[in-house]
Design a binder for this molecule. Structure first.
Ligand code: B1M
Length: 232
């Protein structure tokens, strides 16, 4: 028999279920996050709404308390794993929009940085919008980016950084592209919580993307502009 205070997720109305998922994400409860994600989908929520309103909003609370010294790395790791398990359920649904092929992107988190949730989200949303995405994972050196650009020949290079100590590495990559005369061959998009537009401009990126939705829109616009220039 269930404890009196046991919460049955399936019995909660949507708004309470979402708040409960924020709590469960905070507590790193992977099974509950998976169950909540499936319940919202079963109730007709779009994958995008589940992602943004239940998972990303919950992770924001975790991030704020991490910043304020209320949560520590081991706890945040559990939250991150719970978030990823929800994203795993959503990934095929976001990718299956049947959108026409838009172009190709190579994306990775820069050297020294192991944060990958935001980068994974961008990759998922780009795939959902019809881009082919090659995900290089975390901790990428300039050599790894160059190798992937050579083998994959993408339209776009995407870089993610979540630390103020690793974001300058994006400039190292862009400067290397310039030195090798390859900079104009790619659209370079950058993102990550500590960046801003001014930083993106200063390092010579084509655009800074505040979030995954902006990344998709920016990629669409810049790829279309590039195709128009090439065919003019
Ligand atoms: Co870390 N961490 N962390 N962390 N962590 C931050 C980034 C931090 C801001 C927390 C804080 O103090 N408030 C802080 C950085 C401070 C700073 O540099 N100014 C910090 C720190 C200090 C650290 C460690 C140094 C802690 C330590 O060891 N003492 C350490 C560093 C390890 C390393 O990388 N070398 C560390 C470790 C970790 C964990 C491993 C525990 C875990 C990562 C797990 C994982 O990713 N697999 C973790 C987490 C989870 C966070 C927070 C809490 C959440 C990040 C996240 O996933 N957000 C974060 C706090 C915060 O950001 N407020 C924090 C959710 C995600 C959806 O958002 O990543 O911003 P975000 O991505 C967005 C946009 O930024 C954008 O779109 C995404 C989706 O909308 N975007 C892109 C991101 N990349 C893009 C690329 C693009 C386009 C858009 O390309 C085109």
């Amino acid at each position: 028999m269930a404890d009196d205070d046991e919460i049955i997720l399936s019995e909660l109305p949507d708004d309470e279920l979402v708040l409960q998922m924020h709590d469960d994400l905070y507590d790193g409860l992977k099974d509950e996050i998976e169950e909540g994600t499936r319940l919202l989908l079963d109730r007709g929520w779009t994958p995008y709404d589940v992602l943004t309103r239940a998972l990303v909003a919950g992770m924001k609370i975790v991030g704020d308390d991490f910043r304020d010294g209320i949560l520590f790395v081991p706890e945040v790791l559990l939250s991150a794993n719970a978030m990823k398990s929800g994203m795993t359920i959503l990934k095929p649904l976001l990718a299956e929009t049947g959108a026409p092929r838009m172009g190709k992107m190579v994306i990775g988190t820069v050297k020294g940085d192991i944060h990958d949730i935001g980068k994974n989200l961008v990759a998922m949303m780009m795939e959902g919008a019809g881009f082919e995405v090659v995900d290089l994972g975390i901790n990428n050196s300039v050599e790894k980016y160059l190798e992937a650009l050579g083998t994959e020949a993408p339209d776009i290079l995407g870089m993610s950084a979540l630390l103020t100590t690793t974001m300058p590495y994006m400039k190292v990559v862009i400067d290397t592209l310039k030195e090798k005369g390859m900079r104009e061959d790619y659209i370079v998009l950058v993102g990550g919580a500590p960046l801003n537009e001014e930083f993106g401009r200063a390092i010579g990126a084509d655009a800074y993307c505040r979030d995954a939705a902006v990344a998709v829109e920016t990629a669409k616009q810049l790829v279309a502009r590039r195709h128009n220039q090439l065919s003019a």
